[in-house]
Design a protein around this ligand. Structure first.
Ligand SMILES: Nc1nc2c(ncn2[C@@H]2O[C@H](COP(=O)(O)OP(=O)(O)OP(=O)(O)O)[C@@H](O)[C@H]2O)c(=O)[nH]1
Ligand SMILES: [Mg+2]
Length: 235
């Protein structure tokens, strides 16, 4: 029987950030409203769920990019995505530094961060930055102002939230990012990367679980990006 979801428009989001900033907790919270305190995985995970965007059902795919390999620039995942959510922890300065580097690379221009020429010619990819763990304000290492200033200079949306506290701001942040993605009919689809990921995800060795409303699939580690490690990526 044909999967009804296959006919829905699809929106792909890459969630990127250092290890332990709360990416997995955030995705699970957004999709299920539940908080899973420990969700450690050293491989990327792909979540699929049908969600309404501006009142229209859309097949949402979210790739949870494991922070374990944060020394490698997630070029393939970015190329696959329609929009990126960069996450850092307000209690972890180095995670903000990593988000800063990824954002700068993403906005650097044609060919940067795995950006395709088609992508560069079109509007810049929707980008949001989320400072997580505001419930740990006494341990704060990154000010709200720093996050705001980074985003205003890079054309990205900025929010702070606590996934643990179930802040409304986390839903607002993701909803806004989703609403900024143009529908597939309006944009150039990146076939090659999509196909590559599709074959990885469609492989028989992947562990997968499906719930009534969505599914999650472990993605084998992608091939190393053609670009050098992040630290060496600056022109
Ligand atoms: N206090 C607090 N802890 C949080 C919050 N969000 C996540 N955590 C905790 O932070 C730790 C890391 O969360 P994860 O969701 O596994 O982080 P991750 O970014 O997916 O980490 P990797 O998979 O290693 O890349 C866990 O112990 C979570 O319970 C938050 O808003 N506040
Ligand atoms: Mg994780």
């Amino acid at each position: 029987m044909r999967d009804e979801r296959a006919s829905l428009p699809r929106v792909r989001i890459a969630v990127i950030g250092s290890s332990r900033v709360g990416k997995s907790a955030l995705i699970v919270r957004y999709l299920t409203r539940r908080y899973i305190g420990e969700y450690h995985s050293n491989t990327d995970l792909l979540y699929r769920q049908t969600v309404p965007i501006n009142g229209t059902p859309v097949e949402l795919e979210v790739i949870d990019v494991s922070g374990t390999n944060a020394d490698k620039f997630p070029a393939e995942q970015i190329q696959w995505a329609d929009a990126c959510l960069l996450v850092y922890s307000v209690t972890d300065r180095s995670s903000f530094d990593y988000a800063t580097e990824v954002m700068s690379s993403l906005r650097r221009g044609p060919g940067a961060a795995g950006g395709s020429p088609a992508h560069a010619a079109a509007a810049p990819m929707p980008l949001a930055l989320l400072g997580n763990k505001t419930d740990l304000d006494h341990l704060r290492q990154v000010s709200t102002k720093e996050g705001q200033s980074l985003c205003s200079s890079h054309g990205a949306s900025f929010s702070e939230a606590s996934v643990a506290d179930n802040s409304n701001d986390l839903y607002r942040c993701v909803d806004k990012l989703l609403s900024e993605v143009r529908t597939p009919s309006q944009r150039t689809r990146k076939f090659s990367v999509t196909k590559m990921l599709g074959s990885l995800i469609g492989g028989t060795n992947n562990s997968s679980s499906t719930s009534r409303s969505g599914s999650v699939v472990a993605c084998p580690r992608m091939p190393p990006p053609a670009r050098p490690p992040l630290a060496a990526a600056a022109p």
